[in-house]
Design a protein around this ligand. Structure first.
Ligand SMILES: NC(=O)c1ccc[n+]([C@@H]2O[C@H](COP(=O)([O-])OP(=O)(O)OC[C@H]3O[C@@H](n4cnc5c(N)ncnc54)[C@H](OP(=O)(O)O)[C@@H]3O)[C@@H](O)[C@H]2O)c1
Length: 254
């Protein structure tokens, strides 16, 4: 059986990914800040979907938590075949770039970018010790954002953090290809989750006005299905590449 570690699997996109991977036969280790007993909706959804999972609470922004979560995953599952770097936070305040604080910049960068950098390092070291499984030794999928490229000046920290994640995709893809560990990235557009609860009406209106060609909110399972495809053995001559899961938002239109 293959095992996947999904950070931020307690809700939103991460839960959608955990459900999709679980449905295709993976045992899933879920990392979230909140312990399992605080997330009854998630556990119900996972059980309803028949997903075999373990729950590992920890803060991606803390070195000791990252190390503990990875060692617990290995202890309990044996091997890690897939890492999905999904956990992330939005800028705490949407404000003019001129008013961004160093505190908020550090907060977002520490979780989204530094957390992804060092979580990947830990899991990649583990994958390198493992035998081949199918046509590769492991798959790493980074959940970046359309904001890896799209500038949103009211949440600059977030944009910088996701541009950093995109560079991590390329760096790790280059470093890990000789180990037969392949690294991919998904750039979601606007996906209906808690992250955009406060701006739900604003985006609904924009979508109705034609913000992008596929005129609906993206759903966590849209991302989950794309992750599942990348984790299969079907993309073994590709690494360091990304897929936009954004309803066509990335297309420049006139
Ligand atoms: N929603 C979108 O439109 C959108 C678009 C592009 C990219 N993304 C990216 O997709 C990813 C998931 O977003 P989402 O919309 O699903 O967000 P969400 O609904 O806010 O869920 C965030 C998840 O990350 C976990 N998390 C947050 N901080 C963490 C930390 N320090 N350590 C461990 N886990 C942490 C949360 O755990 P708890 O439940 O314990 O808090 C939760 O499981 C993020 O990287 C986000 O930037 C989202």
């Amino acid at each position: 059986m293959k095992n996947a570690l999904v950070t931020g699997g307690s809700r939103g996109i991460g839960l959608g990914i955990a459900k999709e991977l679980g449905a295709s036969g993976y045992r899933v280790a879920i990392m979230a800040t909140r312990p399992e007993e605080c997330c009854p909706q998630a556990t119900e959804a996972l059980r309803d979907a028949g997903v075999e999972y373990i729950w590992l609470a920890g803060d991606l922004g803390r070195s000791e938590d990252r190390a503990r979560v990875v060692s617990q995953a290995v202890e309990q599952l044996g091997e890690i075949h897939v890492l999905v770097n999904n956990a992330g936070v939005m800028s705490p305040v949407r404000c003019d770039l001129m008013d961004m604080t160093e505190e908020n910049y550090d907060y977002v960068m520490n979780i989204n970018t530094k957390g992804t950098m060092f979580m990947t390092q830990l899991v990649a070291r583990q994958m390198m010790r493992q035998p081949l499984c199918g046509r590769k030794r492991g798959t790493i999928v980074n959940i970046a954002s359309c904001n890896s490229r799209v500038a949103s000046i009211k949440r600059g920290e977030y944009c910088v953090s996701k541009a950093g994640v995109s560079m991590l995709t390329e760096l790790y893809a280059d470093r890990l290809a000789p180990e037969q560990i392949y690294v991919y990235e998904i750039r979601p557009g606007i996906i209906k989750t808690d992250m955009n609860l406060k701006v739900r009406d604003f985006y609904t209106q924009k979508i109705e006005e034609g913000l992008f060609p596929i005129a609906r909110w993206g759903l966590p399972e849209d991302v989950g299905r794309a992750v599942r495809a990348l984790c299969s053995d079907d993309f073994c001559y590709s690494t360091g590449t990304y897929i936009d899961v954004d309803g066509g938002f990335h297309i420049r239109r006139l």
